[in-house]
Design a protein around this ligand. Structure first.
Ligand SMILES: C[S@@+](CC[C@H](N)C(=O)[O-])C[C@H]1O[C@@H](n2cnc3c(N)ncnc32)[C@H](O)[C@@H]1O
Length: 305
């Protein structure tokens, strides 16, 4: 996933037509790539690099893989040069080693969120009732479901575009996607029975939205990013509901930022959940785990993907 690692200029000059001249063959297999395609890929990479794309070579390859004909490639490269996230152009993101569908206008799952998935899958048991709240593309729930092998998966989001997208990732795994405001979206019979409540809710303070990279600011919906005045408004509502919806022995696993971690833990504490803050410096990921009863990290399984 290249989203968070890409410097983007908002507007770049379109590529010259020479890159797209006849001879283009969809690049499905590098060993069979024609010399023309190799040259074309290098030209596209040069243009992408000039536009600030750090992983220009990889992006060029992915765009060539995705395009079915020269005009489509031209259009895709121009979209990328104008700042559209790569995932929205090719229609998927690499998340936990899986290809997750991501539609335009839907939050692109971040690499750091793989840490939440790893933590969640390490403490849940196969067969668990899993809810991915504020699911966006549904990538978190889908990945956890894959790692558990079997679970009852529900995902929910308020945004109809996210719900449509999540259905493409969650339903093939036997899960259900619901639309609505946080817990209001869920079937009532799940109340008190949720073993694993996953939440990467919006947590950017409203005043900081303007400092986000243009790819997020301009191409992801504000409702996916805006966590209110202190960034914690949605998290507070998630925590309040978690105290009610979690089963005995269940866990809330919520992403937050390093700066907000103690405040997020405090929110869990206020609703009577025991909070455990855990982080991975390598990917700048912080997760707060809430539980009704004491538990030990020692019981967690080791997860790799
Ligand atoms: C930061 S995005 C995370 C998406 C996904 N969990 C992920 O990590 O890729 C937050 C998501 O929360 C959803 N959301 C915001 N407010 C919500 C609410 N009140 N009820 C349900 N979903 C909400 C947004 O539509 C968006 O899809």
């Amino acid at each position: 996933m290249f989203h968070t690692l890409t410097k983007t200029r908002q507007i770049c000059e379109p590529l010259t037509c020479s890159i797209f001249e006849p001879g283009f063959q969809p690049h499905r297999n590098s060993s069979s790539a024609s010399m023309a395609n190799v040259t074309r890929r290098a030209s596209i990479a040069t243009a992408l690099r000039a536009a600030g794309c750090v992983f220009a070579e990889d992006e060029a390859r992915l765009l060539m893989d995705a395009a079915r004909y020269p005009d489509e490639l031209r259009q895709m490269v121009d979209q990328r040069l104008s700042g559209l996230p790569l995932e929205h152009i090719v229609g998927w993101a690499d998340f936990c080693g899986r290809r997750m569908t991501v539609s335009p206008g839907v939050f692109v799952p971040r690499r750091r969120t793989e840490f939440l998935v790893r933590k969640a899958a390490s403490i849940a048991k196969p067969g668990a009732v899993v809810v991915d709240l504020c699911c966006g593309s549904g990538a978190i729930g889908a990945a956890v479901s894959d790692l558990l092998g079997s679970c009852e998966l529900h995902a929910a989001d308020i945004d109809p575009a996210a719900v449509r997208c999540a259905r493409r990732n969650v339903e093939p795994r036997g899960g259900l996607v619901h639309q609505g405001d946080l817990f209001d979206a869920l079937p009532g019979e799940l109340c008190g029975k949720v073993d694993l409540l996953l939440a990467n809710a919006p947590y950017v303070p409203t005043g900081s939205l303007g400092m986000m990279p243009p790819e997020a600011r301009l191409h992801e919906p504000r409702i996916a990013l805006d966590g209110g005045a202190d960034g914690l408004e949605v998290q507070r509502r998630v925590a309040l509901g978690a105290a009610q919806w979690l089963a005995s022995g269940g866990f809330l696993v919520m992403e937050t930022s390093g700066q907000q971690a103690l405040a997020t833990a405090g929110i869990l504490d206020e609703v009577g959940l025991l909070a455990d803050v855990t982080w991975d410096e390598d990917v700048a990921a912080t997760v707060v785990i809430g539980s009704k009863e004491p538990w030990s990290q020692k019981a967690a399984r080791s997860i790799s993907f």
